[in-house]
Ligand binder design. Structure first.
Ligand SMILES: *[C@@H]1O[C@H](CO)[C@@H](O)[C@H](O)[C@H]1NC(C)=O
Ligand SMILES: *[C@@H]1O[C@H](CO)[C@@H](O)[C@H](O)[C@H]1NC(C)=O
Ligand SMILES: *[C@@H]1O[C@H](CO)[C@@H](O)[C@H](O)[C@H]1NC(C)=O
Length: 747
């Protein structure tokens, strides 16, 4: 295509030359006049869309006789002593050499490119200030290198553009006709302009070259498209083929760049239209990359259905999805918490002969980590290793994050060490995860060790890091140290955020300093941060624990007044507080109010109240609340059953107790230690020895401890049955338990 365009220039030469003269008032051949500003060139494009002007003639300044002699001597010396260091060969010529001499030497060195390039490099290093002569010499060298060594040419063009910008572009055009054999130099020039980030110049160059009948190749234009901001990219995507009168036709890669750009800004609809245009408008069918990019676009805005639809379309066209395609879908599923679904996709892709790559495994590892399913995480790491894939920094980060969140600090530390031994550099995120993990376990020494190591590596702790540390200190009741740390953080210019304040308030509450915590909330508001549901719930919890129920209720009212929606945790905290203070009637009213106002209570809310009614031996009220729970469609949990069973046993309603026991087992729940004891005692009272013994066996097998009186009953029974051995074994067990318990007490 380029050659065709280059050939076309000959036909129209004369008419364009005349037109140029008319427009610019000077002949086209003058070197200094080769139109330099892009505005004049695009005006030209508009006015003579179909006419093409010729490239200018090369007419360099002539050397004086003395200069000509010098240049001849210089090139002769270079040729004769080509194995000597250049600096030594050139030393005798010393200060007499000017950039002009370089220019005059080029015709003599034309057939010896390596020598020419070394001479040019030497001149550029001795005369670092850009000069017209060096620019011209660089352009000529690029022309000579274009065909044989495109990389060298591209590097020279980059050098020239860095020095001279648009003036250099003119130099390349001015020297083209005389020095060049190949129009591909203009592809390289455009690529070089993109390389050095002169994107506007690159766009102008495309249009400017059209006036000479040169159409830059689609591949070169693609590198420009890929670098332009989305808006400019779309403009160029529409404009380039049109301005070139169809001389430029986009290929699949160009379309893919456009699709990618649109997807990146979330404009998936237009991206899809561009994909649909490919075949009918450009005759290039969409490929795997086109589809994968669009599928990824749909996945990143959460449109699973559209993504699956495209997968199907792709399959119908006989295109095979690649790991990237599957990964997009798996990442979306994981993000929605559907990790098991993502794993199904994984096995599907394996079944269909697509080998998962490291990114796919990282997605799965991250997904399982977020679910806290560590056994699955390890299985994935194993599979990954077995496939010969090496975990990268992202994999390690996910893994460490997941382990830290699950409190598996030994494993996290091991993985961290492994990451270091693989030569990967942990970043702020990894360190913050470790610090947070240690803080959550109260291992503050380890946390600060990690913090110091982080500083030693030149990493800056962020707000999250500091919040973790201050949270950890608060949990150790070291609120003062936490306060100090937060001051340090402020002095570093990091702004305290709501999380930091919440952590501090939480620490103060845990340390029993509610007054200070309330003051901190006021401070927080003064700093322009809004206390949130977590702030209020923390403070309410503190008031509930200290029995100041009026103040707790006052905070609920304040929250509602401010339009902050209480969460289920808020209500459960309040309900628990009321129950602990014996305010069961208020608790019941709160429950009714919640249902009335559409704040759905959960099992925990009901359980609090049921537990305290049953402790009061009021099984009537307990049952009433249980019925209310069922009628609201709230599913009873394991605690609910344990409360009901213990309560009914104590109230000697063994029929109900056994009924709930059976129901509980059928739902897969199990008895607590307290429920076992209560149930066994109740059964013994009813003389149901077999059942009682069965449960007694079962609870011991689970590691629960039966009460002394239960042991005593069974020991007596085995004695009376003259089953001495069984009785003695039970006695041993009791003694052993006592020893274990005293040991635990001592430590
Ligand atoms: C972990 O994930 C696997 C699926 O890979 C599942 O079978 C298993 O039940 C999960 N374990 C837990 C504890 O959720
Ligand atoms: C009920 O809410 C509490 C928070 O107070 C939460 O811990 C618990 O998991 C919830 N229970 C259910 C069954 O969702
Ligand atoms: C001990 O007594 C219980 C209750 O009578 C009985 O069920 C159990 O079988 C006895 N243990 C042995 C080993 O005989």
């Amino acid at each position: 295509m380029l050659l065709r365009a280059a050939a076309r220039k000959k036909k129209t030469k004369h008419s364009v030359a005349t037109l140029f003269l008319a427009l610019h008032g000077r002949p086209l051949t003058s070197s200094s006049s080769s139109s330099s500003s892009s505005s004049s060139s695009s005006a030209l494009v508009d006015s003579i869309a179909t006419s093409i002007r010729p490239f200018p003639d090369y007419s360099p300044r002539k050397p004086s006789l003395r200069d000509a002699d010098l240049v001849r001597d210089l090139t002769a010396a270079l040729r004769q002593r080509r194995s000597d260091p250049l600096a030594r060969v050139l030393r005798p010529f010393g200060p007499r050499l000017r950039p002009d001499h370089l220019l005059w030497a080029l015709p003599l060195l034309r057939s010896d490119l390596p020598l020419l390039l070394s001479l040019l490099a030497w001149f550029r290093s001795c005369h670092p200030a850009p000069s017209p002569a060096t620019a011209e010499a660089t352009a000529i060298a690029a022309h000579l290198a274009a065909a044989a060594s495109p990389c060298t040419a591209r590097r020279l063009l980059r050098d020239g553009l860095r020095d001279g910008g648009r003036r250099f572009i003119d130099e390349v055009i001015y020297t083209y006709k005389h020095w060049c054999s190949h129009p591909s130099v203009f592809d390289l020039l455009l690529l070089a302009a993109v390389d050095v980030g002169r994107l506007d110049d690159a766009r102008a160059l495309f249009h400017h070259l059209l006036t000479y009948g040169v159409v830059v190749s689609a591949d070169a234009c693609n590198s420009l498209l890929a670098r332009l901001p989305v808006g400019d990219m779309l403009a160029a995507f529409a404009d380039f083929p049109q301005s070139s009168g169809g001389g430029l036709r986009w290929n699949a890669k160009s379309y893919n760049i456009a699709i990618h750009g649109l997807c990146r800004v979330g404009n998936v609809g237009d991206a899809r239209r561009i994909l649909a245009d490919m075949e009918p408008k450009a005759g290039v069918p969409p490929d795997v990359v086109s589809y994968s990019t669009l599928i990824n676009g749909y996945c990143s805005i959460g449109e699973l259905r559209e993504a699956m639809e495209l997968m199907r379309e792709m399959a119908l066209k006989g295109l095979k999805p690649n790991p990237f395609t599957y990964n997009s879908i798996m990442a979306l599923l994981c993000k929605a918490g559907r990790v098991v679904g993502a794993e199904r996709v994984l096995s599907y892709m394996v079944r269909h002969g697509v080998a998962p790559d490291a990114a796919v495994y990282t997605t799965m590892i991250d997904g399982f980590c977020k679910m806290g399913n560590l056994s699955a995480v390890y299985r994935m790491v194993d599979e990954m290793r077995k496939s010969g894939l090496v975990p990268d920094a992202i994999t390690y980060t996910s893994l460490i994050h997941g382990l830290c969140r699950s409190g598996k600090m030994v494993e996290a530390h091991n993985v961290f060490e492994e990451m270091l031994s693989e030569g990967l550099n942990p970043d702020e995120i990894v360190y913050t995860a470790l610090i947070d993990g240690y803080c959550k376990l109260g291992r503050m020494t380890d946390a600060f060790r990690a913090h110091n190591e982080m500083l030693r590596r030149g990493l800056t702790p962020n707000v999250v890091t500091y919040t973790s540390l201050s949270d950890g200190l608060c949990k150790q009741r070291d609120v003062e140290a936490a306060n100090e740390l937060l001051h340090e953080m402020c002095s570093k210019g990091l702004e305290l955020n709501v999380c930091t304040y919440n952590s501090l308030i939480n620490g103060l509450c845990k340390a029993g300093n509610i007054e200070q915590a309330m003051k901190t909330m006021v401070e927080m508001e003064a700093a322009g941060l809004k206390p949130d549901v977590y702030t209020y719930t923390t403070l309410m919890d503190a008031y509930c624990k200290s029995g100041e129920m009026d103040r707790a209720r006052g905070l609920l009212q304040e929250m509602l007044d401010k339009g902050i929606r209480p969460s289920i945790v808020t209500f459960n905290v309040l309900m628990h507080g009321m129950c602990m203070s014996g305010m069961l009637e208020d608790g019941k009213r709160l429950l009714d109010w919640m249902v009335d106002k559409n704040f759905m209570p959960n099992a925990t809310t009901y359980n609090s109240l049921m537990k305290h009614y049953s402790l009061d031996k009021n099984m009537k009220a307990t049952t009433e609340i249980y019925r209310g729970m069922c009628s609201q469609g709230v599913v009873p949990d394991q605690n609910t059953y344990n409360i009901l069973i213990t309560g009914h046993c104590k109230a000697r309603n063994m029929k109900e107790a056994c009924y709930f026991h059976n129901e509980m087992i059928s739902k897969g729940f199990s008895l607590s230690e307290g429920s076992y004891n209560a149930l066994i005692r109740g059964l013994l009272r009813k003389k149901k020895f077999m059942e009682a013994w069965g449960l007694f066996d079962e609870m011991r097998a689970k590691g629960f401890v039966a009460e002394h009186d239960i042991y005593n009953t069974f020991i007596d029974m085995n004695y009376t049955e003259e089953n001495m051995e069984a009785a003695l074994a039970l006695c041993d067990e009791v003694v052993e338990r006592c020893l274990v318990e005293t040991k635990v007490d001592e430590t």
